[in-house]
Design a protein around this ligand. Structure first.
Ligand code: UDP
Length: 494
């Protein structure tokens, strides 16, 4: 296989912004390194990034989309329910997963038609490992998580340190990891503590992952060297760290339209930030699918106002309160100049990269965590579900670049009814993080240094750049071995 052979890779993202945004960046990154990238998705999801791909094609990148229908109606989901963000109940989530299993047949048809050399697919599409092997193709798994949360989950399952713990709030140390990581049972996902349908699915994901070609991880080696080694050596996975993939977005338009078009004009947003002092503004956002109750939003508003710290707050309106009757009377008027409210979707990477941003109050989704690290900001951690408590431990206990808002309980769904953090605590942590105390300054210095390293790692010669080169070479070798095996088989069968 000559080095001029153009690899063709299928990218198959799960239908949730937190999973699809980094895979799209990854597909663009591979195309920029000379591969042909084809993204497989459904009509409504395609809409979110088709303009970005048009711009890439105009720049000469070999990148395109193949659209397959999402069988919402077949599984009893409403028309147009094609992404996790439009799910409102746990039952709908079960149907949603069922719908994704029905994508196997149209996906295989595309494989037969286009014969790519490799599939990079989300962990939830575990069945792509078998399809890939049937067609002699390499499958790489994308989790959306990094080495630290993956290693932490593995050891929690392996050693079950939460068993024999008297109370859900008692602290235990997770055994076998490079650092002493402290957690409580209340912070663990339901499917780990008690067996349910998700536990079964996670087992299948684990088994198919071990049979796959390897794992691509959106992280960089210098961020978590001990966990990169742990994951590969102790957990026996072949993995390539090629991130932060968000750094592939360099110009304003790419940053502003990542995921979806923002509800605020990006230039207005930048102008607002331009008027602020460096490191003075707190950015508050809880990811693409977390929605808080009206009572919790009121507490956030009161806490932010009391802190007197300038802020940008991305608000997702609660589903039962579309008239927005949760903000204190006159809040927006009083906050003019101090606080900028953005409804539903903000140009997050554009905001984080602005020098005025000093802190990030986040739900600790892995993308947000890594985007904050890349921008060199410090964190207030407010995890809610999924791997978010793991990422909180990473920020506060390993990197030591953030403080916790104090939410202690993992929620099984995305719009918790309760108030997780009260206004007094919000005011306290915001003031503490944005102050110039010794501890806050030390965290800030560490965060800035990590931000610099993150940027160097994706440049030519950097660790993620080199890892991607290595991965592309390994995929070529795989293709070459498979092609010569096929020729031998053909010769024998003649
Ligand atoms: N995001 C954004 N604007 C928003 C909310 C989220 O651009 O208003 C992006 C964010 O930059 C990140 C992704 O959506 O890339 C969210 O992923 P993450 O893993 O942080 O959390 P999730 O949404 O999966 O819970």
């Amino acid at each position: 296989m000559g080095s001029d052979y153009q690899l063709h890779i299928f990218f198959f993202p799960f239908m949730a912004h937190g999973h699809s945004i980094p895979i799209i960046d990854m597909a663009r990154l591979f195309a920029a390194r000379g591969t042909k990238s084809t993204i497989i998705t459904t009509p409504l999801n395609a809409y979110f990034f088709s303009d970005t791909l048009d711009r890439d094609r105009q720049k000469g990148l070999d990148i395109s989309l193949q659209v397959i229908q999402f069988p919402s109606a077949q599984v009893g989901l409403p028309e147009g329910c094609e992404s996790v963000e439009s799910i409102t109940t746990i039952d709908m989530l079960v149907n949603f997963f069922e719908a994704t299993t029905k994508l196997q047949q149209p996906f295989e048809q595309l494989l037969k038609k286009h014969q790519p050399d490799c599939i990079i697919s989300d962990m939830f599409f575990h069945w792509t490992t078998e399809l890939a092997s049937k067609h002699g193709i390499a499958r790489l798994v994308f989790h959306g998580m990094s080495y630290f949360p993956l290693s932490l989950f593995e050891n929690i399952k392996r050693y079950a340190p939460y068993e024999n713990i008297a109370s859900d709030s008692d602290v235990f140390v997770v055994p076998g990891l490079p650092d002493q990581i402290e957690m409580t049972k209340a912070q663990l996902p339901d499917h780990i503590v008690a067996r349910n349908a998700i536990s079964d699915m996670m087992e299948v994901i684990n088994e198919t992952e071990l049979k796959s070609f390897g794992i691509v991880v959106n992280t960089f080696y210098e961020l978590e060297p001990a966990y990169a080694e742990y994951y590969k050596n102790e957990m026996g996975r072949r993995a390539w760290n090629i991130g932060p993939v968000s750094l592939y977005n360099i110009n304003i338009v790419d940053k502003a339209t990542r995921g979806q078009k923002s509800s605020i004009d990006e230039h207005c947003c930048l102008q607002w930030l331009d008027d602020k002092k460096p490191n003075s503004v707190l950015y508050v956002c809880y990811g693409s699918c977390s929605r808080f109750s009206s009572n919790q939003l009121l507490e956030i508003a009161m806490g932010l106002e009391a802190s007197e710290i300038p802020f940008i707050w991305v608000i997702k309106t609660p589903r039962n309160n579309e008239k927005e009757q949760f903000l204190p009377t006159g809040f927006e008027q009083r906050m003019k100049g101090t606080g900028l409210l953005i409804r539903d979707w903000a140009p997050q990477v554009l905001i984080l990269d602005h020098p005025a941003i000093g802190g990030f109050m986040t739900h600790c989704g892995w993308n947000s965590t890594l985007e904050g690290v890349s921008a060199g900001v410090t964190f207030i951690t407010w995890p809610v579900f999924a791997d978010q408590f793991n990422n909180e431990k990473f920020i506060t206990q390993v990197l030591k670049i953030g403080i916790s808002a104090g939410n202690e309980v993992w929620n099984s769904w995305v719009e918790p009814e309760n108030v997780m953090v009260k206004r007094e605590m919000i005011e306290k942590v915001v003031t503490q993080l944005m102050s110039h105390g010794e501890e806050a300054d030390e965290m800030r210095n560490r965060a800035k240094e990590l931000g610099e390293i993150a940027k160097r790692t994706v440049e030519e010669g950097g660790s993620s750049y080199t890892n991607l080169t290595d991965l592309i070479e390994k995929l070529r070798e795989h293709k070459s071995i498979h092609t010569s095996q096929r020729s031998k088989e053909k010769a024998i069968n003649k």
